[in-house]
Write a protein that binds this ligand. Sequence first.
Ligand code: PLP
Length: 363
Amino acid sequence: ELKLNPMISKMDESYTVAIFSKVSNMKSRGEKVNGALCVGQPDFAPPPEAIKATQEAAVQGLTAYTAVSGTLELRQAISEYLEKYKKVKYSTDEILVACGGKQAIYQSMMALCQEGDEVIVPAPYWTSYPDIVKLSGATPVILETIASQGYAIDAAKLATAITPRTRMLIVCNPSNPTGCAMSPDQLDAIAGVLRRPENQHVLVLSDEIYERICYDGLEHASFAVLKDMWNRTLTINGFSKAFSMTGYRLGYLAAPKEIVKAASKLQSQITSCASSIGQHAGIAALNCDMSYIDAKVRELQEKRDLALNLLAKIPDVNCPKPCGAFYLFPDISAYLGRRTPEDETIEDGVQLCLYLLQKRHLL
Ligand code: PLP
């Protein structure tokens, strides 16, 4: 029997990636599946400037390894973007460019967390967080949020979840999968708990990968701008969502220098650097005509409204209105335990997804 690292059996494969593989296999067998509902892949093209820069980079020979933490030009562009749009200052040595936000999160966790530490993961959560926490040796502590509060993190509940072992709190804002976008006041209530003398040891991983995708005029605030939070915040962002560049595998961490240095050290032994061509395209994306992105966000808002109206017609399904990201998180619990027309019983959300995929070719 093949002997594997015990860590492998402690973790789960990413559910979204697993469903995506199933969809790809069904497609390659010629089955007609929708395929749009399984991974966080926007349905529009990257900004034209990014496409042009991709071609240029290949033709001009920008095809060699770059500095581990990313080209100076890209880190400069990220620094300017964060200052201009998020009002938060990071110098180029406080930024690490990685192969996607996911890698930036993984390296941050590996650099800072270890066995004995607890990491608070608000639920419903993006499927990868608890497994990434487990890979570092730390223990995920799930903090429930509720639909009637729009799935916002409740500051009072957070206060009771923090222990002397808490190393980090993950804040995914706007959230995958709930679409909850917290207001500056809600964020400040969280920061208020962290400012208490007994909670000074808690860091925040603020995953802001959906920050440009906010609806109904909502202004997104970065966690690092909150009073006393910059030193304790790891800001995660990337190019996959608002710029629709998922396959470029490009994201970043912005944080105090020592944290970035430690995460870079890890990256130097893992992937060396992100793709040079992708990085060149990333600079163009950050400097693109943002009206292109704004128009796509307006389209997403219309699609959100359409999908919410359609969901509202299904009996016993409740769905809070998301203010950001591009997900709906309907409560389908009324259907659990019921029988399908094919006489199967649906026991949980995963089974319902598989049923919708395999029998209705929907996902
Ligand atoms: N964080 C959240 C909340 C996400 O939903 C995703 C992608 O689905 C990521 C991070 C990672 O994105 P990427 O690695 O493509 O930058």
